[in-house]
Ligand binder design. Structure first.
Ligand code: BGC
Length: 753
């Protein structure tokens, strides 16, 4: 065929194909997904100019990457974030006033993973995907699946777990849920992005074994089992190279070993080198200039714009490198709402709010109960609700994950609604949060350079506000019972971007000490009222030794989303039987954790992951170190019994079967957790590793058979010298129970090959 004719046919079909596409929210797309085979993409790429191709692989505004209007190819529209669709930015960075951008504020990632309910992970993804679609977004920047290595990381609330299997299991449902709506999930931040201090430059020095066994599995599962269409490269380096353009991470592992055919999107400003970005896996560069020339970015100045063009034109890099990226980008567009045929989305509908409630109900973790809970509203005339967090709003805080919610039920509102007129509630604020830079680290330079109202109140530092303390003690003394609501905060009123302190992006905590005089406050309340339930918010634990022994009940509530107050009240008063389990170990001090006791945190330029694969309970249990609340732990108002372990081998799998019985007198849910240990191995292996779990709900007296299949990955390890996964024949102990420290069923299997 004559070349000119061929090009015009391709152009015609491309224009017809793309012209029926719009990026307008709620518009039914007219093109059948199956009508665009890969070879059409090749034809399309063959008629694009170099400039057009380049426009597809870098940002065109704060949250879009470029399109090609000549060919009817729209921009890709992206949005944070992991627990709700973020407010509108327009093409700039600042929130648009008066935009119609309220969205469902879901419980944060760590609360979702505390449910240990994989089906809820999927439903959560559906809400996000649907709301993103309704808002005209093609990519949602979540889930955040980085392993929780230290309790001090300011972004732990966005992440899922200290355990790779658990994080992977929860991430897969989330990704599928989002993408079944036609929205691309962007799984972040690949990889070993485990701190905020010096986040743009820190170099994580970590072994290949730890990468494969601990830091990669959630990404691998999101790609291979969840089918993720995009991955976000991280800011940090790993073993000397920036992760966003890391030859081993992106080319060898992600796109090579795992067969990832999606798009690697940079974190905002994480591309640092044109050649590396071209060669080592970055497909779309976002955010770069926003950090340098914030108000007037020149998108042509991006690494993957004019600098890449120069390298192609002077022959340093072959244009096929760009073509490969463009093909990935078009594939994502075609799979998603950018170009694919998908149904319209929904936003702020009751079913999404119900899902937010359900995740909170199942994600709250009851850690201590000396019989005080559930509270009986008929037996209480006066209830003291004490603590600033009982009335604080969290949705629009914490950094890029912030959400503008339609509403947010605070704990005080939830409790008021539940008890109605039957109980008199007296509220006392008890303590006052304040902003003190000396109380956290890693204050990122991009934030520091902005003008801000930094109400530094060192005069209040580390002590209680005496007046509020006294008021609270009097209120507690006069009440029949007390609910104290405190813990961490994210955000400080008056900070730019609604970012803030403590549990927030771009900073890490200094230690786990309860702030703002809360420790003294809880101690004083406990002295005057023996019926005190403590509810703590936060993406991590706090030091507990000085207040927990005297406290009859403790519920950890994370940041439980727009219906969090409702769920907290329902759990405290027994309308809901708690079933959340910790996805991280709660030790007393940060110094107890392996990243601090053995490895380094936050390091200085480099951070040594000397603890290697011994993260979280893998370390505590292998070294016999006592913790306050172990991984997988969480109480219920009923009791469960595990019995009858049966291990059978068939078709290269081990089937773990047992009976789970609700032996108490109310319905409740329990998580059967399966841990594996290789008895004799040629390398060091942890005494237990989670390899399966299932959550079931049972009526009083009811029993069910749990059956969990373990494939060879459950028994394998990544060989530190051979650099491959290996299954060594031998004896493996299998333990089953309700928490990593409560595994009543034990058996052994022998694997021969
Ligand atoms: C964060 C990402 C986020 C991006 C866009 C970055 O600073 O690390 O998680 O998705 O900004 O807001």
């Amino acid at each position: 065929m004559n070349t000119k004719l061929f090009i015009s046919i391709v152009l015609l079909s491309a224009t017809t194909f793309f012209s029926c596409q719009t990026n307008t929210k709620n518009k039914q797309m007219t093109i059948d997904k199956t009508s665009v085979p890969a070879e059409k993409l090749d034809s399309l790429i063959s008629v694009m100019t170099l400039d057009e191709k380049l426009s597809l692989i870098h940002a065109s505004s704060s949250f879009t990457s470029g399109g090609v209007s000549r060919l009817g190819i729209p921009e890709i529209v992206m949005s944070d974030g992991p627990h709700g669709v973020r407010h509108e930015h327009g093409r700039g960075w600042y929130a648009l006033e008066d935009a119609d951008d309220k969205a469902t504020y879901l419980p944060v990632g760590i609360c979702l993973s505390s449910t240990w309910n994989k089906a809820l992970g999927y439903d959560y993804g559906v809400v996000l995907g649907s709301e993103a679609k309704e808002r005209g977004k093609n990519v949602i920047l979540g889930p955040g699946v980085n392993i929780i290595r230290s309790p001090l990381n300011g972004r732990n609330f966005e992440y899922l777990s200290e355990d790779p299997f658990h994080a992977a299991a929860m991430a897969v449902g989330y990704v599928k849920g989002v993408q079944d709506q036609g929205t691309a999930a962007c799984v972040k931040h690949f990889a070993a992005n485990n701190q905020e201090t010096d986040r743009h430059n820190i170099d994580a020095i970590v072994s290949k074994r730890a990468l494969h066994e601990i830091y990669f599995p959630a990404f691998k599962a999101a790609v291979q089992d969840g089918g993720a269409w995009s991955i976000m490269g991280a800011y940090n380096k790993v073993n000397g190279q920036y992760t966003t353009h890391h030859e081993y991470l992106n080319n060898v592992v992600l796109k090579g070993e795992w067969g990832f055919d999606g798009v690697v999107i940079s974190d905002w400003g994480s591309v640092k080198d044109t050649r590396e970005a071209l060669l080592f896996g970055t497909d779309i560069e976002m955010g770069t200039e926003l950090l340098k020339s914030f108000s007037n970015p020149d998108y042509n100045d991006f690494y993957l714009a004019k600098h890449a063009k120069k390298m192609i034109e002077d022959g340093t890099i072959d244009e096929s490198v760009i073509d490969e990226k463009v093909k990935r980008v078009l594939t994502l567009m075609y799979r998603s709402t950018a170009l694919g045929n998908h149904s319209p989305g929904k936003r702020n509908v009751p079913e999404h709010q119900q899902l937010a409630l359900k995740v909170a109900q199942e994600g709250l973790v009851l850690l201590k109960n000396d019989g005080l809970l559930p509270l009986d509203k008929k037996a209480i005339k006066t209830l003291a609700v004490i603590g600033h967090n009982a009335t604080r709003l969290f949705a629009e805080r914490g950094g890029s994950s912030q959400v503008k919610p339609l509403y947010e039920i605070t704990p005080l509102e939830g409790i008021q609604k539940l008890v109605g007129d039957q109980v008199e509630i007296i509220f006392a604020e008890g303590y006052e949060p304040y902003y003190d830079e000396s109380l956290f680290r890693g204050y990122a330079s991009e934030v520091a350079s902005q003008s801000r109202d930094n109400k530094k109140s060192t005069d209040l530092a580390k002590t209680a506000n005496a007046k509020l303390l006294q008021e609270a003690i009097e209120v507690a003394r006069s009440a029949d019972a007390v609910i104290f609501v405190g813990g961490w905060i994210h955000g400080h009123d008056g900070m730019p971007w609604g970012e803030g302190t403590y549990d927030a992006e771009a900073r890490d905590k200094l230690n786990l000490k309860l702030l703002f005089g809360q420790e003294e406050l809880i101690q004083e309340i406990n002295k005057v009222n023996k019926k005190t339930a403590v509810v703590l918010m936060g993406g991590s634990n706090v030091e507990m030794k000085n207040w927990l022994p005297e406290t009859p009940a403790y519920l950890h509530a994370w940041y439980p989303g727009m219906e969090g107050g409702t769920a907290i009240a329902q759990v405290l008063f027994g309308d809901i039987n708690p079933s959340g389990k910790l996805p991280v170990t709660f030790a007393n001090s940060h110094e107890d954790y392996p990243s601090h006791a053995v490895g380094e945190f936050p390091g200085n330029k480099t951070v040594q992951y000397t603890e290697d694969i011994y993260v979280g309970y893998r370390y505590f249990d292998s070294k016999n170190i006592e913790v306050v609340f172990p991984f997988g732990f969480g109480l219920s108002y009923t009791n469960f019994d595990f019995s009858g372990l049966k291990l059978t081998q068939k078709d290269k799998k081990v089937f773990v079967e047992c009976t789970l019985t609700n032996t108490g007198n109310r319905a409740g849910a329990e998580v059967a957790q399966v841990y594996v240990h290789q008895k004799v191995a040629s390398v060091d292996r942890p005494v237990k590793e989670l390899k399966g779990f299932e959550k079931v709900t049972l009526n009083p007296g009811e029993s069910t058979t749990i059956s969990i299949a373990l494939d060879e990955s459950a028994f394998s390890f990544y060989h530190p010298e051979k650099l491959v996964w290996i299954l060594e024949p031998g004896l493996f102990e299998i333990s089953v129970g309700s928490a990593s420290n409560n595994l009543p069923l034990k058996g052994t299997v022998e694997l021969t090959q």
